[in-house]
Design a protein around this ligand. Structure first.
Ligand code: PBG
Length: 328
């Protein structure tokens, strides 16, 4: 391969040839849309640190779901904002049959049976301490938290969810969830495991959205150290062994190396979470006129495909699909 016989610019000569030799494509099938649901009626609250992104009350959710379905996006990932007076350190609220998540799952499956509904299985939105586990003596206790998460997963399955997505990083919880679901006849309810989740400052805006910032300390005793890559494979392999159907890497762009390593090595679908802080950075720079928002979004999303992601959770999903449609 030598110049002048080889001229790589020949394959970049026009959009026609560029699109013919393009290695990766985005499509509506790639995306899972995170949705923030809140109590109340007729609520559509913009999240201050996430311009253009909202919390919706259940009675307004169909506006959002209609648009998602019309765009051909297949999946939503549900999160709930829990009122302060329903938070505790025992996991009472997340187990209630008529809790907000359970109602949101039922509502979505009843109204949009073809939409693939994934639920966040987590304690932090319900925790008076803002942690992903039960707190005892200032510690986040692993095993009782994992058992509780399995019960929460079961209650989402009973509400009709297609797949549960535990986002906590407790050891062994995938195994407990898989067994709990199977023992109760939910062997077809899937698990998307947040397997490789780093202790990241990029989650800030999400914690604003759900009012779920940790009340003391940080999440470094359970989420991964950003300096590490080797344990990413251990985490992912363990979750696959325990029964995960999809594993997740999170955050996205700062961890493309991890996404690439895990997807090259392992055989099940790998998703990536393009997290709230990544969304807000792009929005803020675009607002200032410093970056071209649409182009930066598409470049960011294609980087996930290039690095091996099968699926992308992103707050830009709708915008991206509209851009894809416009460019055809
Ligand atoms: C917590 C959870 C977090 C996110 C998803 N689930 C934040 C955290 O771990 O503190 C972050 C998502 C985002 O930033 O977009 N269970």
């Amino acid at each position: 391969m030598r110049y002048p016989g080889t001229r790589l610019r020949r394959n970049r000569k026009s959009e026609a040839i560029r699109s013919m030799v393009r290695e990766n494509q985005l499509s509506p099938d790639d995306f899972m849309v995170p949705l923030f649901i809140t109590e109340g009626e007729n609520v559509k609250d913009e999240i201050p640190s996430m311009p253009g992104y909202f919390r919706h009350s259940l009675d307004r959710l169909n506006y959002e779901l209609d648009e998602i379905a019309e765009l051909g996006i297949r999946s939503v990932l549900l999160f709930v904002k829990v009122p302060e007076d329903k938070k505790d350190n025992n996991g009472t609220e997340p187990l209630r049959d008529d809790g907000l998540m359970q109602r949101a799952i039922k509502h979505t499956k009843e109204n949009y049976p073809d939409l693939f509904v994934i639920s966040d299985v987590a304690l932090d939105p319900y925790s008076s301490y803002g942690h992903d586990g039960i707190v005892k003596n200032n510690e986040i206790v692993n095993d009782i938290s994992a058992e509780l998460l399995a019960k929460i997963a079961l209650s989402h399955a009973c509400a009709g969810v297609d797949m549960v997505a535990p986002s906590d990083m407790m050891d062994g919880r995938i195994d407990l969830i898989r067994k709990k679901l199977d023992q109760n006849g939910y062997e077809n309810t899937g698990i998307m495991a947040y397997s490789v989740k780093y202790a990241s400052a990029f989650y800030g805006p999400f914690r604003d959205a759900l009012d779920s910032a940790p009340g003391f300390g940080d999440k470094k005793t359970y989420q991964m150290d950003p300096a590490n890559s080797k344990e990413a494979l251990v985490e992912a392999r363990m979750d696959i062994q325990e029964g995960a159907d999809i594993i997740m890497i999170k955050p996205g762009q700062p961890y493309l190396d991890i996404l690439k390593a895990v997807s090259d090595e392992l055989e099940i679908p790998v998703s990536v979470y393009h997290v709230s802080g990544e969304y807000s950075m792009i929005k803020a720079a675009a607002e200032k006129g410093w970056l071209n928002e649409n182009e930066v979004i598409m470049e960011s999303l294609i980087s996930f495909k290039r690095a091996g992601a099968s699926l992308i959770v992103t707050y830009f999903a709708k915008q991206a699909v509209k851009l894809l449609n416009g460019s055809k």
